[in-house]
Design a protein around this ligand. Structure first.
Ligand code: GTQ
Length: 362
């Protein structure tokens, strides 16, 4: 539809113009004025829709894949979440991918590396581990671990553990859009563990402390794991000290301890805590986010649509869509994990944010 606005395209079709369009189309060219209003919207118009994936419905299907395929055959045994507006690129929202990976005790997937950046958020089970460039990381419920771009990684569950399910988060659609995606399987299919188990936590996980040795030149965090217990304690302590914002509650960014910046170049992550009964104000910003409910139950209003969530549900907020969150419980806090593409928005000078003019959506 063409609008009569100065500076915007408003050209009526004539037989002469139609013939002209055909002629330049034959040369693989086109008239900008026919597409300008689409390719240059007034503001971002996400093709992603607000989505909630209820874990209570997905879980049985994720577990069923244990009987249907082996990690050796499947490479990675994952059920991924497809946004109806982004099915063509396997995105959960915007340029972010997410999936649920499941493994039985004693299983492991072969080592590989890729240009995409990846993370895991552990949902259930015990004995999960991941090995990143020779560093073995043990994983527990609600722990967050990064497997950055270019780093060899393999995941498994110890023989003495239980069936584990975790959420994978990657920037696959982004890196594919940039046509920069390489993938390699490890020549030996397995890595040697050549550091003490959980050594990056021991070296870089001290509160406000960094070791005086070791030059780190990579673009991502040298700390690979962010544990739930310490994260939750930090959120509660900050809340007790009066920390918090109207739109986010108490929100803590997972950061590279050396720079204070995002954990990886393309993906940021955070955990936010909503106090009992808290209902935040609405805001919107550029950048997409995938959430997982780490604790509690409540609702979010996203682009005017209310989504009710409970623990382990996954939902998404598309770019430039108003969103607000509510904790439905009067006596328990709620915690939302999220990963997002905000480092990309900031690095490219594309970040913009604004509060909802009425405070909240209808
Ligand atoms: O384990 O690195 O869910 O490469 C999708 C692609 C997980 C992984 C996924 C991947 C991985």
């Amino acid at each position: 539809m063409r609008e009569d606005v100065p500076g915007r395209a408003n050209v009526a079709d004539t037989p002469e113009l139609d013939a002209y369009y055909d002629e330049i189309a034959a040369l693989d060219a086109g008239a900008l004025w026919n597409v300008a209003n689409i390719i240059e919207p007034w503001e971002p118009r996400s093709s992603s829709v607000p989505m909630l994936w209820p874990y209570r419905k997905l879980r049985a299907h994720v577990l069923r894949s244990l009987e249907l395929v082996t990690p050796e055959r499947a490479g990675r045994r994952v059920v991924y979440l497809a946004n109806p507006g982004r099915r063509d690129v396997a995105a959960a929202v915007g340029s972010l991918y997410t999936g649920l990976q499941v493994m039985s005790p004693g299983e492991s997937a072969s080592a590989h590396r890729h240009s995409t950046s990846a993370l895991r958020f552990i949902m259930e089970g015990s004995g999960a581990y991941t090995i990143v460039d020779g560093h073995k990381v043990t994983l527990g419920r609600n722990d967050f671990v990064i497997t950055p771009n270019g780093a060899w990684h393999e995941h498994g569950v110890e023989a003495g553990g239980s069936v584990c399910i975790w959420q994978d988060g990657l920037d696959i659609p982004l890196v594919n859009a940039l046509e920069a995606n390489f993938f390699q399987v490890h020549p030996k299919l397995r890595q040697e563990v050549d550091h003490a188990v959980d050594d990056t936590s021991a070296r870089y996980g001290g509160p406000g402390l960094r070791p005086s040795t070791g030059a780190w030149t990579k673009g991502y965090s040298p700390l690979l794991k962010y544990e739930w217990a310490a994260t939750y304690a930090a959120l509660c302590a900050a809340a007790a000290a009066g920390e918090g914002s109207a739109c986010d509650g108490v929100m803590m960014q997972y950061v590279n301890p050396l720079t204070g910046g995002a954990v990886m170049q393309t993906i940021g992550a955070a955990m936010q805590r909503l106090a009992p009964g808290e209902h935040t104000q609405a805001h919107r910003h550029t950048g997409s986010a995938v959430y997982q409910v780490a604790k509690g139950a409540g609702f979010s209003v996203i682009g005017g649509r209310r989504l009710d969530w409970e623990e382990r549900d996954i939902f998404c907020v598309p770019s430039w869509m108003y969103h607000e969150h509510g904790n439905a419980a009067a006596d328990e806090d709620a915690c939302l994990f999220q990963f997002n593409d905000l480092p990309v928005m900031h690095a490219l000078g594309l970040y913009r944010e604004e509060a909802h003019p009425d405070g909240r959506q209808r």
